[in-house]
Design a protein around this ligand. Structure first.
Ligand code: SAH
Ligand code: F3S
Length: 483
C-alpha cells in the first residue's frame, strides 16, 4: 500500500454488457469514479436508460451516449475527471453524433458551468435527477443543452432495479439510503448529495431477493451513514407481513434492517458501509454478533485521534467515546476487523494532534485504512471559516507516517489469521495467477489459494498458510456448510 496507491482516486471500472436487451439498439458507455455509491448509482442509471433503448458498451468509439459519474470529494478526484472529459471532447470531434454527460457530485457542485463556460458536455445531471434522464436526453437530441441538478428530500430510486455493471456475478451493492446530514466541516457530500433519506425496507428486501434469484452470494448495504438508517412506514403491518421481522415493526432502524436481511436470506452474506461512530449502536453490534451471515467487519472512519481536530471537523464524538465504542465492539465480537479513514493536515492540525492520531491507531490496530491529505473543498464550512494552514510538505509527511503505521498494523492483523481455517467466498481469478482464486474472508481480507475444482461463487474453507500485509495465502480444505 504505497502512498500513491492510497491517495489515488479509485476508478471503479468500465461497464460490461451484462444484461443486454435484444431489442435495444442505442449504446451507452458509462464510467464511474469515487465511492461505491457512485458505482451503484451508475447501475441505477443503466437501468433507467435500458428502458429508453440503451445497452451498455465497453467501446467508447461506438457509444451514442457517454456518461461519466463523477466524484468531488478531493481536488484530485475532480482533476482526474476533467482530464477524462477533455479526452471525450476529442473523441467527439471525430464522432459529433456522440453526446457526453456529467453525472453525480461534480455535476451538482459545478452545475451549468460545464455547459456555459466550458462547453465540453451536452448534459449535466445531479445524483437525485436520474429519473429525468429520458427527458434530458430528448432535449439533447433536439440540439439543446440539458441540465437538472435539483436535489430531493425523498428520492431513493427504490423501485429501480439496477443493471449490474462490471459484475463478478457473486457480490453486489444495494443502496439503503442517500445523502448525509452530518456536515463534517471538510466534506462536500452534504452539498452534492443532499439531505439524508432512507429507502423503504420492502424494496431493499425485494432487490436482495432478485440478487438471490440470480445466484449472487454477498450483498453490501450502502449509504454515506448507514447507522442512521430510519424508515417510518405507513401500513407496515398490512404490506410487509410476509417478510420475517417487518410484520410487527412500526419503524425500522439499521439494526432491525440488518436483522431482517440476515433472517430472510440465511444463505446470503451481508456487509455494510459506511458507519459513522456517533450513530453506531450496541444494538447493531449485537445483531452482527448474532448472525453468522453478517460479516465481521466494520468500516469506522474517525479522521483524527485529536479531540481538538474532531471538534473542528464537527465530528459529533470525542476520542474517548470512539475508544469506548471500539472497546465494546472488540468485547462483543472479538474476531471483528475494523478499518479507518484518516485525514492528515486538516486546518490548524499541530504535531501534537498528529501524534494523537498515531496513538489512536496504535490503540485500535486497524486491519485496513483509507488515508488522505486534507484537500480544501469550495463551499464547505472549513473552506468558508478556517484556514488551510498546514503546508503541503507537512501534510504529505504526516500522511506518509500514518500510511506507514497502518501498513505495520495491517501486517500484524493478517499474521493473526495464519494457521486458521476460514470461510472464503470465491469472487474470481487472482490478478497475479491464473491458477489461483481470490475471495474474501468474513473480515474482508483478500484470500488467495489454488483453484483445484472449486467454482466462482462457492463458499470454501481455506487453511491460511502465509500472508502479506494485504493478502492471506492458503489452500482450500473443502466446501463450507453455507453452499
Ligand atoms: N460517509 C462517507 C464518507 C465519504 S467521504 C462514506 O460513505 O464513506 C470518504 C472519506 O474521504 C472521508 O471519510 C474522509 O476521510 C475523506 N475526505 C472527505 N472529505 C475530504 C477532504 N476535503 N479532504 C481529504 N479527505 C476527505
Ligand atoms: Fe461527509 Fe461526514 Fe457525511 S465525512 S459523507 S459529512 S459523515
Amino acid at each position: 500500500m504505497s502512498a500513491e496507491n492510497v491517495i489515488e482516486e479509485k476508478k471503479q471500472g468500465l461497464a460490461l454488457v451484462t444484461e443486454a436487451r435484444a431489442d435495444n439498439h442505442k449504446k451507452l458507455f458509462i464510467e464511474s469514479y469515487g465511492c461505491q455509491m457512485n458505482l451503484n448509482d451508475s447501475e441505477i442509471v443503466a437501468a433507467i436508460l435500458a428502458d429508453q433503448g440503451f445497452n451498455t458498451t465497453q467501446k467508447l468509439e461506438e457509444a451514442d451516449l457517454v456518461l461519466v459519474n463523477t466524484c468531488s470529494i478531493r481536488d484530485k478526484a475532480e482533476q482526474t475527471v476533467r482530464k477524462r472529459l477533455q479526452y471525450y471532447h476529442k473523441v467527439k470531434e471525430v464522432n459529433p453524433k456522440m453526446k457526453v454527460g456529467v453525472l453525480g457530485c461534480m455535476a451538482e457542485r459545478l452545475k451549468a458551468k460545464f455547459l456555459e463556460e466550458e462547453k465540453i458536455v451536452d448534459l449535466v445531471v445531479g445524483p437525485d435527477a436520474y429519473r429525468d434522464l429520458p427527458n434530458l436526453i430528448e432535449e439533447v437530441e433536439a440540439g439543446r443543452d440539458a441540465v437538472n441538478v435539483i436535489l430531493s428530500k425523498e428520492e431513493t430510486y427504490a423501485d429501480v432495479s439496477p443493471v449490474r455493471l462490471n459484475s463478478n456475478g457473486v457480490t453486489a451493492f444495494v443502496s439503503i439510503m442517500r445523502g448525509c446530514d452530518n456536515m463534517c466541516t471538510f466534506c462536500v457530500v452534504p452539498f452534492t448529495r443532499g439531505r439524508e433519506r432512507s429507502r423503504d425496507p420492502k424494496s431493499i428486501l425485494s432487490e436482495i431477493q432478485e440478487l438471490a434469484d440470480k445466484n449472487f452470494k454477498e450483498v453490501t448495504l450502502l449509504g454515506q451513514n448507514v447507522d442512521s438508517y430510519l424508515w417510518y412506514g405507513g401500513g407496515l403491518k398490512k404490506d410487509f407481513s410476509k417478510a420475517s421481522g417487518i410484520a410487527q415493526a412500526t419503524a425500522v432502524n439499521f439494526a432491525q434492517l440488518l436483522d431482517m436481511c440476515a433472517v430472510n436470506f440465511p444463505k446470503m452474506r451481508f456487509r455494510f458501509s459506511t458507519s459513522n461512530p456517533q450513530d453506531m449502536t450496541l444494538e447493531v453490534i449485537h445483531v452482527m454478533a448474532k448472525h453468522k451471515n453478517i460479516c465481521k467487519y466494520i468500516h469506522l472512519p474517525v479522521q483524527s485521534g485529536s479531540d481538538r481536530m474532531l471538534q473542528a471537523m464537527n465530528r459529533q464524538h470525542t476520542r474517548a467515546e470512539y475508544v469506548e465504542l471500539v472497546d465494546n465492539i472488540y468485547r462483543i465480537i472479538p474476531d471483528i476487523a475494523l478499518s479507518q479513514d484518516m485525514i492528515a493536515g486538516f486546518c490548524g492540525e499541530t504535531e501534537e494532534d498528529h501524534q494523537q492520531t498515531l496513538s489512536l491507531m496504535d490503540y485500535v490496530k486497524y486491519d485496513f485504512g483509507f488515508m488522505f491529505a486534507y484537500s480544501e473543498r469550495p463551499g464547505t464550512p472549513a473552506a468558508k471559516k478556517m484556514e488551510d494552514d498546514v503546508p503541503l510538505e507537512v501534510k504529505k509527511r504526516r500522511l506518509a507516517e500514518i500510511i506507514d503505521l497502518q501498513q505495520q498494523h495491517s501486517l500484524y492483523r493478517t499474521q493473526q489469521h495464519v494457521g486458521n481455517i476460514e470461510e472464503v467466498l470465491i469472487e474470481g481469478t487472482s490478478k497475479k495467477s491464473d491458477a489461483h482464486y481470490k475471495g474474501r474472508n468474513s473480515q474482508n481480507t483478500v484470500v488467495v489459494f489454488p483453484k483445484e475444482n472449486y467454482q466462482i461463487g462457492d463458499f470454501v474453507n481455506v487453511k491460511i498458510e502465509n500472508c502479506t500485509s494485504t493478502t492471506l495465502i492458503g489452500k482450500a480444505v473443502g466446501h463450507s456448510d453455507n453452499n
